[in-house]
Design a protein around this ligand. Structure first.
Ligand code: 13P
Length: 255
C-alpha cells in the first residue's frame, strides 16, 4: 500500500552509545507528531538492531536492516540471513544500495535472490535503483533504471512486488551534496511508476511507494517531496543528526 515514508540509512556510522542516543532522540521527537499515514524508519548497522528495536518498542519508529544475504542459511561467515531478521521482528531491509553494488559487487541476480528471500520471510525490501553520472550525461538514465528493475524486483510475482518499496537514488547525488532537482526526481519517479504499470497493473503502480535518496536535507526536502510521484525519502548523512532528520520528517508531513 502506498505510504509516505521517511527512512534513515545510517550506513557504517555511530558507536553503541551514539546509536542509542540517536534512536531515542528520533523516537522521542516523533512521539508528539501526528504521523497519520506517514511511516518513519531507521536502518542502523546490524549490531545495533537489537538495541534500537528495544528502544522503539511500542513507539512510532520502525527499524530496518541495511542488507540481507542472498542465501537462506549456511557457511557464510559474517553474514546475516532473512530468517534471522524475521526472528528479531525486523520488518524492512534495504536491498541493492549502490554502495553494495559497487563495493561488494552485488549483481542483479544476487539482488533478485535477496528480494525473493526477504519476501519469503515477510520482510519489506526497500529496493534501491539509480544511474551513474555518465548514464545521465549520455541520456541513458531511464534505460539503466529500467534494466535494474527488470533484472530484480520485476521478477517477483505481483503479490510480493506489492510489498516492495522503491528508492530512486541517483549515484551522483549520494553523499555528494548534489541533489537531483525536483523536476529530475519527479520525471524519474513517474517513469518508474509507469514501468511498474507495464510490468504489473496500473493499480499496483498507483499503490507503490517510491522514495528519493541522494543528498536530501532539511533545505531541499520540501521541494523534493512536493511532487506527485515522490512519496518520501531515503536519507543518508542527514539521518545521522536527529535535528536534521526530524526537520525532514516535518517537511514530509507538511507537503
Ligand atoms: P546521502 O543522503 O548521504 O546522500 O545518502 C543517501 C543514501 O545513500 C541513502 O541510502
Amino acid at each position: 500500500m502506498r505510504k509516505k515514508i521517511v527512512a534513515g540509512n545510517w550506513k557504517m556510522n555511530k558507536t553503541f552509545e551514539e546509536a542509542e542516543d540517536l534512536v531515542y532522540e528520533i523516537a522521542d521527537g516523533i512521539e508528539s507528531m501526528s504521523l497519520d499515514d506517514t511511516e518513519i524508519i531507521v536502518c542502523p548497522p546490524y549490531v545495533f538492531l537489537e538495541l534500537t528495536s528495544d528502544a522503539v518498542n511500542d513507539k512510532k519508529l520502525k527499524i530496518g536492516a541495511q542488507n540481507v544475504h542472498h542465501e537462506r542459511s549456511g557457511s557464510y561467515t559474517g553474514e546475516v540471513s532473512a530468517a534471522m531478521l524475521q526472528s528479531m521482528d525486523i520488518k524492512y531491509v534495504i536491498v541493492g544500495h549502490s554502495e553494495r553494488r559497487k563495493y561488494f559487487h552485488e549483481s542483479g541476480e544476487m539482488l533478485f535472490q535477496k528480494v525473493r528471500i526477504a519476501r519469503e520471510h515477510e520482510l519489506t525490501p526497500i529496493f534501491c535503483c539509480g544511474e551513474q553520472l555518465e548514464d545521465r550525461k549520455s541520456g541513458k538514465h531511464f534505460d539503466v533504471v529500467k534494466a535494474q528493475l527488470e533484472e530484480t524486483v520485476f521478477r517477483l510475482d505481483e503479490e510480493h512486488f506489492a510489498r516492495v518499496i522503491i528508492a530512486y537514488e541517483p549515484v551522483w547525488a549520494i553523499g555528494t551534496g548534489e541533489t537531483a532537482s525536483p523536476e529530475q526526481a519527479q520525471e524519474m519517479h513517474a517513469c518508474i511508476r509507469d514501468l511498474i504499470g507495464k510490468a504489473y497493473t496500473d493499480q499496483t503502480a498507483a499503490d507503490t511507494t517510491i522514495l528519493y535518496g541522494g543528498s536530501c536535507n532539511p533545505g531541499n526536502a520540501a521541494s523534493l517531496f512536493n511532487n506527485p510521484d515522490v512519496d518520501g525519502g531515503l536519507i543518508g548523512g542527514a539521518s545521522l543528526k536527529s535535528a536534521d532528520f526530524l526537520e525532514i520528517i516535518k517537511h514530509r508531513l507538511n507537503t
